[in-house]
Structures are given as C-alpha cells and as structure tokens.
Write a protein that binds this ligand. Structure first.
Ligand code: ATP
Length: 244
C-alpha cells in the first residue's frame, strides 16, 4: 500500500483545465520530486493534493483512504501538509510565533512542544532566532522557517513547493541540506521544483510534468541521466547558472 496514490487526477481553474489525468504514487519515507517547466501544472498539482483546488475527476488515496476533494484543513488533520511557494510567513511575527501558529490543527497542537524541540534540533539557527521577526531573516533562513512550519504541523507527508525559488545558489545548497536533514528523520517528502538538478539529486523517484501530464517517471538517478531530461531541463539550468 502506497502512502499516497493519485489516480487519473484532473483539475484546473474554472473552464481552464490544467491537469489532464495525473497518476502517481508516493511510498512512506520516500523523497519524490515533481519537476517540469514553468506553467506545467506542478503547483496546481500540489494545490489540488492539499485541497486548495478541487479536482474535477480522479481519486486521491491517502493510506488507502479516499481523501479526494477534502477541504484543506481536513487534509492537514490527515497529515497532508504543504509548504507553499513564496514561504508565506507572517513577517511581523517572531520566528517562534510563526512556528506555533502552524500547529493549529488537532493533530499538531498537543505535540507542539515536542515539534519545537525537534525543529530546533534540526535547525539550531531557528532556536537562536526565536524572538526575531520572521521578515527580518535572510531569504534562506525564511525558507527554513517555512519548512519548520510544515514540520510543526506534524505531517505524515510534507509537500514543498519551489523551495529554491529566488534564492542565491549558496542558499539553495543550505536549504537542500535542510531538506536532507528532514528526510533523514524518515519524513516522506514531495518536492515540486523548477531547479531540476537539485531536485533529482535528492529524489528517490521523480516525475516530469509537461502540459498537465506526466511524461516521464523514474528514479532520480535515471532521470538525471535521461537524455530528454538533460536536453529539456538540465542544459538550460546550467546555462542559467553560468550567466549568473
Ligand atoms: P510555476 O513553476 O510557474 O508555478 P507550475 O508548473 O507550477 O509553474 P502552475 O502554477 O500549476 O504551473 O500553472 C499551470 C497553469 O495554470 C498555467 O497555465 C497557469 O497560468 C494556470 N494557473 C495557475 N494558477 C492559476 C489561477 N489561480 N487561475 C487561473 N489559472 C491559473
């Protein structure tokens, strides 16, 4: 039994269909990357899995339970937690308060003290900066707060959208170190990324999304050496890095 199983998922915005029958599985303890270019539908997929966008067809099974179309707060209670693109912190609240607020659900509240302890162990900088206003941290540190907020929601599966977006390369490496540390606790992680190289380096398995469809799937290693992937995504990234 997979932790998450998505079958023939369709979704979109009004009349504009964006996802055209997505099938994927995530096993417990895996890091699964969903990669693809701008506008391919990756964020829409995460929004649908976290209940922000309602699917028009298909099924989402979580630990073999049908959770298709559940409201976001109910999915959070199930342990399906998304770290949104752009971090969405409360900039005028302290780091600690940002973390506490993330533990609003019934499943997370009783475990808040334990979660804070775990998060501080994983990211000691967040303990040091507990009283600092979140908006005054560097971009990389803010991204760590966003990941930590995900963890204080006590997830079974952590879905992370565009974690490296807008960060300098050195910060991207630090944030990926943080994701490795989270993975090493046994957490199941779904990573949506335009930074294909980084995502495939950490992923056990990955899916390539194009125009709302999965066009390739394999282990991170397989896709990294796949010629189509290299030509379509990795070459471009290298070029972008070189022009930085
Ligand atoms: P990006 O990395 O740029 O976020 P993506 O692969 O995550 O790309 P989506 O953000 O899911 O792609 O967008 C897929 C399509 O859905 C795009 O054509 C986009 O214009 C459209 N779209 C996204 N959000 C909305 C919205 N709120 N209303 C209408 N259309 C939207």
């Amino acid at each position: 039994m997979s932790l998450l199983e998505v079958r023939n998922l369709h979704a979109g915005y009004g009349d504009a269909e964006v996802l055209f029958g997505i099938d994927l599985t995530v096993e417990r303890g895996e890091v699964v990357a969903i990669v693809g270019s701008n506008g391919a539908g990756k964020t829409t997929l995460l929004r649908t899995l976290s209940g922000i966008v309602t699917p028009t067809a298909g099924q989402v099974l979580f630990i073999n339970r049908d959770v298709t179309g559940l409201q976001p707060h109910l999915l959070v209670e199930e342990g399906i937690v998304m770290v949104p693109e752009g971090r969405r912190l409360f900039p005028r609240l302290s780091v600690r308060r940002n973390l506490e607020i993330a533990a609003y659900s019934k499943r997370a509240r009783p475990k808040l003290a334990e979660s804070l302890r775990d998060v501080h162990e994983l990211f000691p900088i967040l303990k040091e900066r507990s009283d600092q206003l979140a908006g005054t941290l560097s971009g990389g540190q803010q991204q760590m707060v966003a990941l930590a907020r995900g963890l204080t929601s006590n997830p079974e599966i952590l879905m992370v959208d565009e974690v490296s977006l807008g960060l300098a390369p050195v910060m991207v490496s630090r944030v990926y170190d943080a994701i490795r540390a989270i993975r090493d606790t046994g957490m199941t992680i779904v990573l949506v990324e335009q930074n294909v190289n980084q995502a495939l380096s950490i992923a056990d398995r990955a899916y390539v999304v194009q125009h709302g469809r999965i066009v390739l799937a394999g282990t991170g290693k397989e896709l990294k050496s796949n010629e189509e992937v290299r030509n379509a995504y990795l070459g471009l990234e290298k070029l972008e890095e070189e022009t930085l």
